[in-house]
Design a protein around this ligand. Structure first.
Ligand code: 5CA
Length: 444
């Protein structure tokens, strides 16, 4: 992409309405634009980041055998009346009437709709387990949308649902998602910790929130610091292995606000390991047995010719919220510099040449580097504008693309000035640079 042809509306100053770093940066770097309270357009730069996050989330769902489908954003009220949540959900649900006067709604979540799909398609225990997911927009009419896309009204979520014959199998499904979440967040270069959590309007009695530490987070957490050292590598998609993984995390007391119990915390966590702080909830998983399958009559035949209601869980990742959460985790406050993990960066590398009327050679050189990198399938952006060099650098430090090639006055045509944000400049050949990026990308 050429900067001269791109839609990246950079703002010079922090907009006053933005209170936290991620909101400020996303507005300043032209990643999003508010369309009305809590509702945003995703501009090209922000959209690219979100799509890269989505891809990683999807790959890790597929890896545990979940099947992707796509349910609509608009749902009929009928199934919500069947489950009893039509009234319970209250004002957070956006209710709409179609031209026939039918009551519709913009889905805040999909337990009812997926259960309806399940009950009309699956009749026998032999088709279990079913792990199904989609990645779709949701709408919740939050009373106080805030912090940009972190708590907004329309947001992009991966929601998955599991259907099993009994509690034991259902817990196995739950643990598969538990593992897949640890892997997903690790690939996003985030340290997200599972914490025992409340189930709220989704229901059930077993639940974990996956939380990353951030002062600007809205979740208060009480935890044993040692949980951050737990290594989640090497576990298999087998019952025993996954139970061990959960046990390992659960050795350490770690809960959100609603589950906090002072005496348990003090009894279980030695004083020097106690951590009371704030975090951002990037994922939330629930086990709720037959809470939906019973009222919606989702049952399967099992061996003896008898029927039973299936046991269900649901599993959410805030795909759009993750864009902001990664900024909160990676932004360097001291130097006011952003650096995206390569896995989700809007571009892999930026070419930043000094361009002026008498520096035409730089433009030629920059173009040939640009074409070379594009041929290697490296996602590259070239700042071909005549903006002065130092403001170009400032702009790219704000946008946070991890690698830069700088072509200034001293450029001698051989080795290039290559800079990884936050590190010293190196002099490398173009081949060395492309090899380095290709190698880094292969690790994602
Ligand atoms: N049906 C269940 C699991 S699929 C569910 O809806 N869970 S949830 O309510 O916890 O949402 C899942 C994830 O969506 C949260 O962990 C959070 O990361 C994200 N999320 C929830 N509400 C918002 C919001 N208002 N703005 C941005 N992201 C949100």
């Amino acid at each position: 992409m050429l900067v001269s042809k791109s839609l990246i509306p950079i703002l010079k100053n922090n907009p006053t309405e933005a209170k936290i770093k991620s909101h400020q940066l996303m507005l300043r770097a032209g990643m999003i634009r508010q369309s009305s309270a809590g509702i945003y357009s995703w501009l090209p730069l922000g959209f690219k980041v979100m799509k890269k996050i989505e891809k990683i989330v999807r790959e890790e769902q597929d890896r545990i055998g979940a099947q992707e489908l796509l349910m609509p954003t608009i749902q009929s009220s009928e199934i919500w009346k069947e489950s009893g949540r039509y009234d319970d959900y209250g004002e957070e649900m956006l209710r709409i009437k179609d031209r026939q006067g039918r009551e519709m709604l913009y889905g805040p979540t999909n337990e009812e709709l997926i259960t309806e799909i399940f009950r009309s398609s699956i009749k026998s225990y032999k088709s279990l387990p079913q792990l199904l997911y989609h990645i779709q927009w949701k709408f919740r009419d939050e009373l106080r949308p805030r912090f940009g896309i972190m708590r907004c009204r329309e947001f992009y979520m991966k929601d998955a649902y599991s259907f099993d014959l009994n509690d034991e199998e259902a817990k196995f499904s739950y643990n598969k998602f538990y593992l897949s979440y640890l892997k997903t967040f690790k690939r996003l270069d985030l340290s997200a910790i599972p914490m025992a959590a409340d189930t709220g309007p989704i229901g059930g009695n077993l639940s974990h929130e996956f939380i990353i530490l951030a002062d600007t987070g809205e979740s208060k957490i009480f935890t044993d610091k040692r949980i951050f050292e737990v290594n989640s590598d090497g576990y298999k998609l087998e019952k025993k292995s996954l139970e061990e993984l959960r046990k390992k995390f659960e050795t350490y007391y770690s809960v959100t606000d609603e589950k906090y119990n002072k005496s348990e915390f003090e009894k279980n966590v030695p004083e020097e390991h106690r951590l009371v702080t704030k975090g951002i909830e990037v994922g939330h998983i629930f086990y709720f047995g037959d809470k939906y399958s019973k009222p919606l009559n989702a049952a399967v035949d099992f061996q003896a010719g008898k029927k039973d209601f299936v046991k269900m869980g649901s599993y959410g990742v805030g795909v759009s919220r993750l864009v902001g959460a990664i900024i909160e985790a990676k932004y360097n406050d001291k130097d006011e510099i952003m650096k995206w993990p390569l896995a989700v960066s809007p571009y892999d590398i930026a070419i930043i040449p000094l361009v002026s009327k008498n520096e035409t050679l730089n433009v030629e050189k920059a173009n040939s580097i640009y074409n070379f990198l594009k041929e290697k399938n490296i996602d590259v952006i070239l700042d071909d504008t005549e903006e002065n060099f130092s403001s170009k650098l400032k702009k790219f430090n704000l946008i946070g693309i991890p690698y830069q090639i700088l072509i200034g006055k001293k450029f001698d045509g051989n080795l290039l000035e290559f800079k990884e944000i936050g590190k010293e400049t190196q002099h490398l050949s173009l081949n060395q640079i492309s090899d380095l990026i290709i190698k880094q990308k292969s690790k994602i």
